[in-house]
Write a protein that binds this ligand. Sequence first.
Ligand code: SF4
Ligand code: SF4
Length: 356
Amino acid sequence: MQKLDSFNDDINKCSKCGLCQSVCPVYKVTGNDCAVSRGKFIMLKGILNGDLKLNKIINKYLDLCLKCGKCSEFCPSGIDACKIFETAKYEYVKNTFWGKLVFALQSKYVFNTFVKFFNILLTPFRKFPSTNYQKGLKLLYFKGCINTLYPAAYRQLGKIFKNQDIKIIEKDFDCCGLPFLSSGNLKRFEEAKQRNLKNLNCSFDYILTDCASCENTLRQYIVADFISIGELILRQGLKFRFSKPLKVTFHKPCHLKSDEFLEPLLKNCENIQYIKMDNYDDCCGFAGEFALKSHKISSKISAKKADNIMKTGADYVITTCPSCILGLYQGLLGKKNPPKPVSLTDFLCKAEIIYE
Ligand code: SF4
Ligand code: SF4
């Protein structure tokens, strides 16, 4: 596990150009330099120089972050800001009462027992998707914690890929690790990572993912080919017929690597009009813990997103991350006749599927 001082050179690479300010969703609504990489790096540099202490106040600023990764994406110095913030957070919270409590709740004994309990409880409502595998793609399915608790996920997979020449392989994966990174629980992240890596010892063509955030986290430690459900649907050439004309818009999750599949896929949907919203890739403001700890800021970011959604006049707002769905609901709450936030698979299952 890396220590904060091992990032000294990276922190020193910050030229204070301020480009991260122009993309950081938290900075955009707060105007607070401590909320964005540049300001955080100034504080962390002070800690490494011995001028500041890693304390409650600095931890509060570390928490003012959606882990969206936009600052790193646009940083001309190529600094992996989230990795540095996670390390600093771990060094602070691991010795606090609150940190110890959160780490205990996230331990494999508590967290995994909770997920397992619901998994068993929901088993009667789930049927593993059956396909028509002959010699097509072999897909190792990473369903993620949310889909483990959401029995419809299997039903939807079964409906969409029925008769398809694909094989869906399921393994006993742990959480992708993102919630642990967000709380600075690097030890638990490492544990999840090791368990997930062990599950790769089988033959597969792609890791199939149903959540942009899970995929983005897995990519940090798994070297393999990934395919999202949207990309797979497009690749299989599936077509969909909706019974009445519908307008849809799309929210691109911050963690979604590419949305190139979307427009061609929607072109394969009869009766669907796609309306691209302004700033469709702006953050939804949710990001798990952030929405709880910094609720006001989270709501402000969600409200900005919701204004752009409302302008489209869409019936549905589609996305590919369960956490974003909550962010979209948060923003649209109280709006008159808002579009319904749905996952891509939820949405496509409303249609008749045309198998050619
Ligand atoms: S974009 Fe990168 S180099 Fe520029 S201020 Fe932000 S962190 Fe520093
Ligand atoms: S990860 Fe996102 S929210 Fe956090 S500092 Fe970077 S741009 Fe801002």
